[in-house]
Ligand binder design. Structure first.
Ligand SMILES: Nc1ncnc2c1ncn2[C@@H]1O[C@H](COP(=O)(O)OP(=O)(O)OP(=O)(O)O)[C@@H](O)[C@H]1O
Ligand SMILES: Nc1ncnc2c1ncn2[C@@H]1O[C@H](COP(=O)(O)OP(=O)(O)OP(=O)(O)O)[C@@H](O)[C@H]1O
Length: 478
């Protein structure tokens, strides 16, 4: 028997009342290519982790069974390759090439084959550096390419990918799709989780939709699934291809200047950049992986001291503060003036519950407790996080964690909000809710800077764009 057999499978994470997945029956034959869909929190990542044998018994309660090529998921681990939603959590070695080689060594690949396979995999994903590049000096998109190279090098029989192109620029995402199409041969089974359905469709021949709360909502060839269930799936949050997304343009002209950057740079991560940020305007920062977008976000957010050039806040943003450079402001003043959402939400949380995480900023800036409660309750409900108020932030799904990090930055009602990839990993419904929330802030006169690869987000919300040029890393030597 070959392929994947899931029978009555369920999993309830320790500490949670609700089952993350339940009653799932699924058969996937060897060589099939499946797109696994479902609303944020429907249990897609949990099911992938179960298939990869990565849900330890003591971390939750389990029902039903999983078999891969006739073996349990635990026993079949050497046939499976998985790329997690957060690629950084997967990188273990200090040097990029060693990270890919590590997996091959673990699986007993002959020594003479290891480095040729490492270099081939790095080429396939367009990794732009020599294999000695430190993993700590990679941008988000570069980390994602490396995590993919690590898995493709293994040539696994079952390939499990959780949002593998979410951090990539459009050219990088297209390259990865080509690499995947080549890697997935008749002997390889692919199960792909990807909210952006249109981009994933060329890679798959079947769509399986998880029903939040249990079971499978729809299963079959993509055209048939969307023809039969398109309206219902769109209403539940699935990105059904071909549906219009109404834009949210600014309702008035931009207001006062909040920040001015002149020749602002951070060699070698960001070349000298000029820009102004205004109140009542949504500015989108675009550019290829590694161009310095996240570095610019940290600089504008006052979280990194400028390497070169100058960054100054206007009196409109700095108030009576004599210091105009945001990195010189004390923490409470900075939090009130500028909110930052990092690229990796899971590195940002500091308290034990979702509620406390949201309350932290307002409490630190001296807001009265009753006002804190009102504000937190409002954000929880707008971002569909109410049922998770008591959950530990580190146990959230990818999409839930992303929404929490945006809500956290908004909780102090800062005049300026800087977001690094705010919409990554969102289903269509939560994406819309995030866009509306950010648009409301802009229309209320707040400034908004977003770093993004999300073309739909730019089309829906951005009033102005700034495209960073690629940094010239020179030709790659392997
Ligand atoms: N380690 C954990 N401990 C407790 N609960 C968890 C844990 N991991 C996930 N959950 C919960 O299980 C549910 C399913 O999460 P999962 O990550 O599988 O969803 P998902 O469909 O992949 O969502 P997304 O599209 O947002 O990434 C969510 O409600 C989440 O909060
Ligand atoms: N700690 C670091 N030390 C040295 N170089 C770094 C460090 N972090 C990132 N870099 C490099 O700086 C450049 C800019 O990184 P940054 O994360 O700002 O890019 P980005 O445009 O946000 O990329 P992505 O779209 O992939 O997220 C990249 O070439 C990256 O390899």
């Amino acid at each position: 028997m070959s392929g994947v057999r899931v029978r009555g499978f369920g999993w309830r994470h320790a500490g949670r009342r609700d089952w993350a997945v339940r009653g799932v029956d699924l058969r996937v034959e060897r060589g099939e290519r499946v797109l696994l869909l479902g609303a944020s929190g429907a249990g897609k990542s949990t099911l992938l982790a179960a298939l990869a044998g990565l849900l330890p018994e003591d971390s939750g309660e389990h029902a039903g069974s999983i078999e891969i090529d006739g073996r349990s998921a635990d026993e079949a681990r050497d046939r499976v390759g998985i790329v997690f939603q957060d690629p950084q959590s997967q990188l273990v070695m200090a040097r990029s090439g060693d990270d890919v080689a590590f997996g091959l060594e673990n699986r007993g690949v002959a020594a003479g084959q290891i480095w040729p396979r490492v270099d081939e995999a790095l080429d396939r994903v367009g990794f732009p550096y020599h294999r000695d590049r430190p993993t700590a000096a990679l941008s988000g998109g570069e980390q994602q390419r490396l995590a993919l190279a690590g898995v493709l090098a293994l040539r696994p029989g079952l390939l499990l990918l959780d949002e593998p192109t979410a951090n990539l620029d459009p050219a990088g995402a297209a390259l990865i799709r080509t690499a995947l199409a080549q890697a997935v041969d008749a002997d390889t089974t692919l199960i792909l989780v990807e909210h952006r359905v249109a981009e994933a469709l060329p890679l798959v021949d079947r769509v399986v939709v998880l029903e939040p709360g249990g079971g499978i909502r729809a299963d079959g060839p993509p055209d048939a699934v969307f023809a039969a269930h398109g309206d219902a799936l769109a209403a539940e949050g699935v990105w059904v291809p071909g549906r219009e997304i109404p834009p949210r343009r600014a309702t008035g002209p931009p207001g006062e200047v909040l920040l001015t950057a002149e020749r602002l740079g951070q060699p070698p991560r960001l070349a000298a950049t000029d820009l102004t940020v205004r109140a009542g305007e949504a500015l989108a920062v675009l550019g290829p992986n590694g161009a310095g977008k996240s570095t610019l976000a940290l600089l504008l957010g006052g979280l990194l001291r400028p390497g070169t050039g100058r960054l100054a806040a206007s009196p409109e943003l700095a108030g009576a503060d004599a210091r105009s450079a945001p990195h010189r402001w004390r923490a409470p003043a900075l939090t009130r003036r500028i909110g930052s959402v990092f690229q990796n939400p899971e590195h940002q949380f500091v308290t034990g519950t979702v509620f406390d995480e949201l309350a932290l900023g307002p409490r630190r800036t001296g807001t009265a407790e009753s006002a804190v409660r009102d504000r937190v309750t409002d954000l929880l409900s707008r971002l569909r996080l109410d049922r998770l108020a008591a959950a530990n932030p580190y146990t959230l799904s990818g999409g839930e964690a992303r929404r929490l990090s945006v809500a956290t930055a908004l909780a102090t009602a800062p005049r300026l909000l800087i977001c690094d990839e705010p919409t990554f990993g969102q289903d269509r419904r939560t994406w819309r809710e995030l866009v509306d929330l950010l648009a409301d802030r802009r229309d209320a006169g707040h400034g908004l800077v977003t770093v993004t690869h999300d073309a739909e987000f730019v089309a829906a919300l951005a009033d102005r764009t700034l495209a960073l040029e690629p940094l010239d890393a020179g030709p790659v030597r392997r």
